[in-house]
Design a protein around this ligand. Structure first.
Ligand code: TMP
Length: 390
Protein backbone atom coordinates (compact mmCIF):
# COMPACT_ATOMS: atom_id res chain seq x y z
CA UNK A 1 0.00 0.00 0.00
CA UNK A 2 1.58 3.33 -1.08
CA UNK A 3 0.39 6.14 1.15
CA UNK A 4 0.77 9.89 0.78
CA UNK A 5 0.96 11.70 4.12
CA UNK A 6 -1.26 14.77 4.56
CA UNK A 7 -1.70 15.39 8.31
CA UNK A 8 0.59 15.27 11.34
CA UNK A 9 -1.13 15.25 14.76
CA UNK A 10 2.15 15.03 16.66
CA UNK A 11 2.97 12.79 19.60
CA UNK A 12 -0.13 11.12 21.00
CA UNK A 13 -0.79 8.75 23.91
CA UNK A 14 -3.22 5.78 23.87
CA UNK A 15 -6.54 7.62 23.47
CA UNK A 16 -8.51 5.54 25.98
CA UNK A 17 -5.48 5.01 28.24
CA UNK A 18 -6.87 6.83 31.30
CA UNK A 19 -4.23 6.62 33.99
CA UNK A 20 -3.24 7.19 37.60
CA UNK A 21 -0.50 9.59 38.69
CA UNK A 22 2.04 6.81 39.32
CA UNK A 23 1.66 5.71 35.66
CA UNK A 24 2.60 9.12 34.16
CA UNK A 25 6.31 8.35 33.74
CA UNK A 26 5.75 5.13 31.76
CA UNK A 27 3.05 6.49 29.48
CA UNK A 28 3.55 5.47 25.84
CA UNK A 29 3.53 8.12 23.11
CA UNK A 30 3.71 7.59 19.37
CA UNK A 31 3.75 9.74 16.22
CA UNK A 32 0.26 10.09 14.77
CA UNK A 33 0.19 11.03 11.13
CA UNK A 34 -2.34 10.25 8.46
CA UNK A 35 -2.13 9.53 4.75
CA UNK A 36 -4.20 8.38 1.82
CA UNK A 37 -3.61 5.19 -0.13
CA UNK A 38 -2.89 5.92 -3.79
CA UNK A 39 -4.85 2.92 -5.13
CA UNK A 40 -8.01 2.73 -3.02
CA UNK A 41 -8.11 6.25 -1.47
CA UNK A 42 -8.29 4.63 1.96
CA UNK A 43 -7.50 7.26 4.60
CA UNK A 44 -5.22 5.51 7.03
CA UNK A 45 -2.46 6.09 9.58
CA UNK A 46 1.07 6.19 8.22
CA UNK A 47 2.14 3.69 10.95
CA UNK A 48 -0.04 1.36 12.97
CA UNK A 49 0.45 0.71 16.64
CA UNK A 50 0.09 -2.77 18.10
CA UNK A 51 -3.66 -3.31 18.85
CA UNK A 52 -2.66 -5.25 21.98
CA UNK A 53 -1.48 -1.95 23.51
CA UNK A 54 -4.99 -0.53 23.13
CA UNK A 55 -7.46 -3.39 23.45
CA UNK A 56 -6.62 -5.20 26.66
CA UNK A 57 -8.13 -5.93 30.07
CA UNK A 58 -7.96 -2.25 31.04
CA UNK A 59 -9.97 -0.94 28.08
CA UNK A 60 -12.24 1.78 29.49
CA UNK A 61 -14.78 2.66 26.79
CA UNK A 62 -18.31 1.39 27.50
CA UNK A 63 -20.75 1.59 24.60
CA UNK A 64 -23.78 1.45 26.88
CA UNK A 65 -22.86 4.65 28.76
CA UNK A 66 -25.07 6.81 26.58
CA UNK A 67 -28.84 6.59 26.17
CA UNK A 68 -28.36 7.51 22.50
CA UNK A 69 -26.23 4.40 21.80
CA UNK A 70 -28.45 2.06 23.82
CA UNK A 71 -31.54 3.06 21.84
CA UNK A 72 -29.55 3.12 18.58
CA UNK A 73 -28.70 -0.59 18.89
CA UNK A 74 -32.12 -1.55 20.26
CA UNK A 75 -33.92 0.12 17.35
CA UNK A 76 -31.56 -1.28 14.73
CA UNK A 77 -31.81 -4.81 16.18
CA UNK A 78 -35.58 -4.57 15.97
CA UNK A 79 -35.58 -3.56 12.29
CA UNK A 80 -32.85 -6.08 11.42
CA UNK A 81 -35.07 -9.03 12.38
CA UNK A 82 -37.01 -8.56 9.12
CA UNK A 83 -33.89 -9.33 7.09
CA UNK A 84 -32.88 -12.49 8.93
CA UNK A 85 -34.25 -16.04 9.11
CA UNK A 86 -35.99 -17.28 12.28
CA UNK A 87 -33.50 -18.03 15.06
CA UNK A 88 -30.58 -16.51 13.15
CA UNK A 89 -26.97 -17.40 13.89
CA UNK A 90 -25.28 -14.10 14.81
CA UNK A 91 -21.68 -13.18 15.45
CA UNK A 92 -20.62 -9.77 16.72
CA UNK A 93 -16.99 -8.73 16.27
CA UNK A 94 -15.95 -6.32 19.06
CA UNK A 95 -18.92 -6.73 21.39
CA UNK A 96 -17.66 -4.35 24.12
CA UNK A 97 -20.08 -4.43 27.10
CA UNK A 98 -22.87 -6.10 25.11
CA UNK A 99 -24.79 -2.97 24.11
CA UNK A 100 -25.79 -4.63 20.76
CA UNK A 101 -25.76 -8.28 21.91
CA UNK A 102 -28.21 -7.68 24.71
CA UNK A 103 -30.98 -7.21 22.11
CA UNK A 104 -30.59 -10.81 20.92
CA UNK A 105 -31.17 -14.24 22.38
CA UNK A 106 -28.16 -15.90 24.03
CA UNK A 107 -28.64 -19.28 22.32
CA UNK A 108 -27.45 -18.43 18.78
CA UNK A 109 -25.55 -15.21 19.42
CA UNK A 110 -21.77 -15.32 19.66
CA UNK A 111 -19.17 -12.65 20.24
CA UNK A 112 -15.51 -11.88 19.72
CA UNK A 113 -13.96 -9.37 22.12
CA UNK A 114 -10.22 -8.92 22.73
CA UNK A 115 -10.70 -6.89 25.93
CA UNK A 116 -10.79 -9.43 28.76
CA UNK A 117 -12.85 -7.24 31.10
CA UNK A 118 -15.71 -6.99 28.60
CA UNK A 119 -15.43 -10.59 27.31
CA UNK A 120 -15.96 -11.70 30.91
CA UNK A 121 -19.01 -9.47 31.27
CA UNK A 122 -20.77 -10.75 28.13
CA UNK A 123 -19.83 -14.38 28.91
CA UNK A 124 -21.48 -13.83 32.30
CA UNK A 125 -24.57 -12.49 30.51
CA UNK A 126 -24.78 -15.87 28.73
CA UNK A 127 -23.31 -14.91 25.33
CA UNK A 128 -20.47 -17.23 24.29
CA UNK A 129 -17.63 -14.72 23.87
CA UNK A 130 -14.24 -15.55 22.39
CA UNK A 131 -11.67 -13.39 24.18
CA UNK A 132 -9.40 -12.91 21.15
CA UNK A 133 -8.62 -10.60 18.25
CA UNK A 134 -10.63 -11.29 15.11
CA UNK A 135 -8.51 -13.17 12.55
CA UNK A 136 -8.73 -15.98 10.01
CA UNK A 137 -7.70 -18.73 12.45
CA UNK A 138 -10.40 -17.69 14.94
CA UNK A 139 -13.00 -17.46 12.18
CA UNK A 140 -12.21 -21.07 11.15
CA UNK A 141 -12.42 -22.21 14.76
CA UNK A 142 -15.81 -20.53 15.36
CA UNK A 143 -17.19 -21.84 12.04
CA UNK A 144 -16.19 -25.36 13.13
CA UNK A 145 -17.64 -25.03 16.63
CA UNK A 146 -20.81 -23.02 15.92
CA UNK A 147 -21.42 -23.27 12.16
CA UNK A 148 -21.83 -20.44 9.63
CA UNK A 149 -23.46 -17.11 10.51
CA UNK A 150 -26.56 -15.44 9.06
CA UNK A 151 -25.28 -12.13 10.35
CA UNK A 152 -21.80 -10.88 11.14
CA UNK A 153 -22.15 -7.51 12.85
CA UNK A 154 -19.54 -5.00 14.01
CA UNK A 155 -20.02 -1.47 15.33
CA UNK A 156 -17.08 0.89 15.64
CA UNK A 157 -14.71 -2.02 15.32
CA UNK A 158 -13.69 -2.79 11.72
CA UNK A 159 -11.98 0.61 11.41
CA UNK A 160 -9.92 -0.42 14.47
CA UNK A 161 -8.21 -3.29 12.65
CA UNK A 162 -5.01 -2.54 10.70
CA UNK A 163 -5.19 -5.53 8.30
CA UNK A 164 -8.47 -5.16 6.41
CA UNK A 165 -7.80 -7.87 3.81
CA UNK A 166 -7.35 -10.53 6.45
CA UNK A 167 -10.38 -9.21 8.40
CA UNK A 168 -12.67 -9.43 5.38
CA UNK A 169 -11.36 -12.88 4.34
CA UNK A 170 -12.18 -14.09 7.87
CA UNK A 171 -15.72 -12.68 7.56
CA UNK A 172 -16.18 -14.28 4.13
CA UNK A 173 -15.14 -17.61 5.60
CA UNK A 174 -17.82 -17.66 8.32
CA UNK A 175 -20.71 -16.02 6.48
CA UNK A 176 -23.49 -18.31 5.24
CA UNK A 177 -24.15 -18.16 1.46
CA UNK A 178 -27.02 -15.63 1.94
CA UNK A 179 -25.55 -14.10 5.07
CA UNK A 180 -25.26 -10.39 5.80
CA UNK A 181 -22.12 -8.64 6.96
CA UNK A 182 -23.15 -5.31 8.50
CA UNK A 183 -20.71 -2.87 10.05
CA UNK A 184 -20.81 0.76 11.06
CA UNK A 185 -17.93 3.14 11.54
CA UNK A 186 -17.34 6.91 11.41
CA UNK A 187 -17.65 8.30 7.89
CA UNK A 188 -14.82 10.07 6.12
CA UNK A 189 -17.32 12.33 4.31
CA UNK A 190 -18.74 13.47 7.67
CA UNK A 191 -15.27 14.02 9.14
CA UNK A 192 -14.21 16.18 6.20
CA UNK A 193 -17.52 18.10 6.17
CA UNK A 194 -17.59 18.98 9.88
CA UNK A 195 -13.83 19.14 10.44
CA UNK A 196 -14.01 16.50 13.19
CA UNK A 197 -10.31 15.66 13.02
CA UNK A 198 -10.62 14.25 16.55
CA UNK A 199 -12.04 11.09 14.94
CA UNK A 200 -8.39 10.34 14.27
CA UNK A 201 -6.69 8.48 17.11
CA UNK A 202 -4.92 5.18 17.74
CA UNK A 203 -8.14 3.14 17.71
CA UNK A 204 -9.13 4.46 14.29
CA UNK A 205 -6.25 3.50 12.00
CA UNK A 206 -8.69 4.00 9.11
CA UNK A 207 -11.49 6.48 8.49
CA UNK A 208 -13.68 4.83 5.86
CA UNK A 209 -15.24 6.12 2.69
CA UNK A 210 -17.67 3.88 0.84
CA UNK A 211 -15.40 4.21 -2.20
CA UNK A 212 -12.37 2.75 -0.42
CA UNK A 213 -14.38 0.00 1.26
CA UNK A 214 -15.94 -0.98 -2.04
CA UNK A 215 -12.49 -1.79 -3.50
CA UNK A 216 -11.15 -3.59 -0.44
CA UNK A 217 -14.28 -5.68 0.17
CA UNK A 218 -14.48 -6.72 -3.49
CA UNK A 219 -10.95 -8.03 -3.60
CA UNK A 220 -11.90 -10.24 -0.65
CA UNK A 221 -15.06 -11.70 -2.19
CA UNK A 222 -17.62 -9.35 -0.60
CA UNK A 223 -19.71 -6.58 -2.10
CA UNK A 224 -21.61 -3.62 -0.67
CA UNK A 225 -25.36 -3.89 -1.22
CA UNK A 226 -26.62 -0.99 0.86
CA UNK A 227 -25.29 2.02 2.77
CA UNK A 228 -27.15 3.79 5.59
CA UNK A 229 -25.90 7.24 6.58
CA UNK A 230 -26.46 7.36 10.34
CA UNK A 231 -25.88 9.94 13.07
CA UNK A 232 -23.70 7.89 15.43
CA UNK A 233 -20.38 9.42 16.45
CA UNK A 234 -21.01 12.62 14.54
CA UNK A 235 -21.82 10.85 11.24
CA UNK A 236 -21.20 7.22 10.39
CA UNK A 237 -21.92 4.82 7.56
CA UNK A 238 -23.59 1.49 8.13
CA UNK A 239 -22.36 -0.82 5.38
CA UNK A 240 -24.38 -3.87 4.36
CA UNK A 241 -22.31 -6.43 2.44
CA UNK A 242 -22.88 -9.92 1.11
CA UNK A 243 -20.83 -12.54 -0.67
CA UNK A 244 -20.16 -11.35 -4.23
CA UNK A 245 -23.11 -11.29 -6.64
CA UNK A 246 -25.86 -12.68 -4.44
CA UNK A 247 -27.89 -9.43 -4.30
CA UNK A 248 -28.47 -6.43 -6.61
CA UNK A 249 -27.07 -3.33 -4.82
CA UNK A 250 -29.48 -0.74 -3.47
CA UNK A 251 -29.34 2.78 -5.00
CA UNK A 252 -27.71 4.07 -1.79
CA UNK A 253 -24.39 2.45 -2.79
CA UNK A 254 -23.99 4.39 -6.01
CA UNK A 255 -25.46 7.57 -4.44
CA UNK A 256 -22.83 7.52 -1.67
CA UNK A 257 -19.98 6.88 -4.07
CA UNK A 258 -21.13 9.67 -6.37
CA UNK A 259 -21.45 12.05 -3.43
CA UNK A 260 -17.94 11.12 -2.25
CA UNK A 261 -16.59 11.84 -5.70
CA UNK A 262 -18.34 15.24 -5.76
CA UNK A 263 -16.81 16.26 -2.42
CA UNK A 264 -13.41 15.04 -3.61
CA UNK A 265 -12.67 12.01 -1.46
CA UNK A 266 -10.69 10.68 -4.41
CA UNK A 267 -8.39 13.71 -4.57
CA UNK A 268 -5.32 14.56 -2.51
CA UNK A 269 -6.19 18.24 -2.73
CA UNK A 270 -9.29 17.65 -0.54
CA UNK A 271 -7.11 16.26 2.24
CA UNK A 272 -4.54 19.05 1.95
CA UNK A 273 -7.35 21.62 2.40
CA UNK A 274 -8.70 19.62 5.36
CA UNK A 275 -5.27 19.89 6.97
CA UNK A 276 -5.36 23.71 6.73
CA UNK A 277 -8.76 23.71 8.44
CA UNK A 278 -7.39 21.49 11.22
CA UNK A 279 -4.53 23.96 11.81
CA UNK A 280 -7.07 26.81 11.99
CA UNK A 281 -9.29 24.88 14.41
CA UNK A 282 -6.34 24.38 16.76
CA UNK A 283 -5.41 28.08 16.69
CA UNK A 284 -9.03 29.15 17.30
CA UNK A 285 -9.63 26.74 20.20
CA UNK A 286 -6.43 27.66 22.01
CA UNK A 287 -7.18 31.34 21.53
CA UNK A 288 -10.73 31.00 22.92
CA UNK A 289 -9.58 29.03 25.98
CA UNK A 290 -6.81 31.56 26.64
CA UNK A 291 -9.37 34.38 26.51
CA UNK A 292 -11.54 32.53 29.05
CA UNK A 293 -8.52 32.18 31.30
CA UNK A 294 -7.62 35.86 30.95
CA UNK A 295 -11.16 36.66 32.18
CA UNK A 296 -10.82 34.25 35.16
CA UNK A 297 -13.55 31.96 33.87
CA UNK A 298 -13.87 28.38 35.11
CA UNK A 299 -13.55 26.06 32.11
CA UNK A 300 -14.00 22.29 32.25
CA UNK A 301 -14.55 19.56 29.67
CA UNK A 302 -17.69 17.42 29.42
CA UNK A 303 -16.99 13.78 28.51
CA UNK A 304 -13.52 12.20 28.74
CA UNK A 305 -13.57 10.93 25.19
CA UNK A 306 -10.92 9.34 23.06
CA UNK A 307 -11.62 12.16 20.62
CA UNK A 308 -10.67 14.76 23.21
CA UNK A 309 -7.35 12.95 23.75
CA UNK A 310 -6.45 13.86 20.16
CA UNK A 311 -7.55 17.47 20.64
CA UNK A 312 -5.84 18.15 23.97
CA UNK A 313 -2.56 16.59 22.88
CA UNK A 314 -2.52 18.08 19.38
CA UNK A 315 -3.47 21.55 20.67
CA UNK A 316 -1.24 21.38 23.78
CA UNK A 317 -4.19 21.94 26.14
CA UNK A 318 -3.63 20.92 29.78
CA UNK A 319 -4.81 21.89 33.25
CA UNK A 320 -3.72 25.47 32.57
CA UNK A 321 -6.74 25.83 30.26
CA UNK A 322 -9.16 23.05 31.37
CA UNK A 323 -9.52 22.54 35.15
CA UNK A 324 -11.00 19.04 35.01
CA UNK A 325 -13.15 16.71 32.94
CA UNK A 326 -16.46 15.17 34.01
CA UNK A 327 -17.48 11.72 32.79
CA UNK A 328 -20.17 9.22 33.78
CA UNK A 329 -17.96 6.14 33.18
CA UNK A 330 -16.83 4.71 36.56
CA UNK A 331 -13.62 3.27 35.00
CA UNK A 332 -12.52 6.79 33.95
CA UNK A 333 -13.37 8.64 37.16
CA UNK A 334 -10.57 9.58 39.57
CA UNK A 335 -8.03 9.01 36.82
CA UNK A 336 -6.25 11.44 34.49
CA UNK A 337 -6.72 12.02 30.78
CA UNK A 338 -4.06 10.46 28.52
CA UNK A 339 -1.11 12.72 27.72
CA UNK A 340 -2.61 15.98 28.95
CA UNK A 341 -3.14 14.57 32.49
CA UNK A 342 -6.31 16.51 33.24
CA UNK A 343 -8.18 15.03 36.26
CA UNK A 344 -11.47 13.24 35.59
CA UNK A 345 -14.33 13.30 38.09
CA UNK A 346 -17.96 12.29 38.08
CA UNK A 347 -20.50 14.88 36.89
CA UNK A 348 -22.09 14.74 40.37
CA UNK A 349 -18.86 16.09 41.81
CA UNK A 350 -18.00 18.67 39.20
CA UNK A 351 -20.78 19.68 36.84
CA UNK A 352 -22.57 22.53 38.55
CA UNK A 353 -23.17 26.24 38.23
CA UNK A 354 -19.66 27.21 39.35
CA UNK A 355 -18.66 26.18 35.81
CA UNK A 356 -18.62 29.05 33.29
CA UNK A 357 -17.73 27.06 30.17
CA UNK A 358 -17.79 23.35 29.39
CA UNK A 359 -15.92 22.13 26.33
CA UNK A 360 -17.94 19.36 24.68
CA UNK A 361 -15.48 16.47 24.50
CA UNK A 362 -18.54 14.32 23.78
CA UNK A 363 -19.85 16.72 21.08
CA UNK A 364 -21.43 13.76 19.27
CA UNK A 365 -23.94 13.53 22.15
CA UNK A 366 -24.61 17.30 22.21
CA UNK A 367 -28.40 16.89 21.96
CA UNK A 368 -28.56 14.30 24.75
CA UNK A 369 -26.29 16.44 26.94
CA UNK A 370 -28.12 19.73 26.38
CA UNK A 371 -31.39 17.95 27.13
CA UNK A 372 -29.99 16.45 30.33
CA UNK A 373 -28.28 19.65 31.50
CA UNK A 374 -31.13 22.12 31.04
CA UNK A 375 -30.36 23.77 34.41
CA UNK A 376 -26.75 24.54 33.50
CA UNK A 377 -26.26 28.30 33.60
CA UNK A 378 -22.84 28.29 31.92
CA UNK A 379 -22.17 27.86 28.20
CA UNK A 380 -20.91 24.94 26.14
CA UNK A 381 -17.93 25.28 23.79
CA UNK A 382 -17.53 23.11 20.70
CA UNK A 383 -14.97 22.88 17.93
CA UNK A 384 -17.27 21.32 15.29
CA UNK A 385 -17.73 22.39 12.60
CA UNK A 386 -15.91 25.54 13.79
CA UNK A 387 -14.75 26.66 17.22
CA UNK A 388 -17.57 28.52 18.95
CA UNK A 389 -19.56 29.08 22.15
CA UNK A 390 -23.02 27.52 21.91
P1 TMP B 1 -17.59 8.61 22.90
O1 TMP B 1 -17.81 9.95 22.30
O2 TMP B 1 -16.26 8.02 22.56
O3 TMP B 1 -18.76 7.70 22.68
O4 TMP B 1 -17.48 8.81 24.49
C1 TMP B 1 -18.45 9.48 25.21
C2 TMP B 1 -17.96 9.67 26.63
O5 TMP B 1 -18.72 10.70 27.23
C3 TMP B 1 -18.13 8.44 27.51
O6 TMP B 1 -16.99 8.29 28.32
C4 TMP B 1 -19.33 8.77 28.38
C5 TMP B 1 -19.28 10.26 28.45
N1 TMP B 1 -20.57 10.90 28.62
C6 TMP B 1 -20.81 11.65 29.78
O7 TMP B 1 -19.94 11.76 30.64
N2 TMP B 1 -22.04 12.24 29.92
C7 TMP B 1 -23.02 12.11 28.99
O8 TMP B 1 -24.11 12.66 29.17
C8 TMP B 1 -22.74 11.37 27.79
C9 TMP B 1 -23.76 11.23 26.72
C10 TMP B 1 -21.50 10.78 27.65
Amino acid sequence: MDKIKFLDLGKQPIANGFLTEDEFDDELRYDLSVGVDEDTYLVTHMDYIDPGLIFNDKYAYRGSMSRTMRSHFAEFSYSLRHYLPDNPQILEIGSNDGVFLSNWHQTNTFAVEPCGNFAKETNNLGYKTYNEFWNQGLSEQIAKEQGCMDLVFAANCICHIPDLDSTFKAVHNILSQDGLFIFEDPSLAAMININSYDQIYDEHPHIFSVTALNSILRRNGLSIVRVDNINSHGGSNRIWATKLSTVVPDASVRANMEFESIIGLDSLDTFVKFTSRVHQSKADLVELLQRCKAHNKKVISYGATSKSTTIFNYCGIGTDLIQYITDTTPEKQNKFSPGAHIPIISPDMGFDNTVDFAFLGAWNFADEIKDKEKDFKGRFITHVPIVRIL
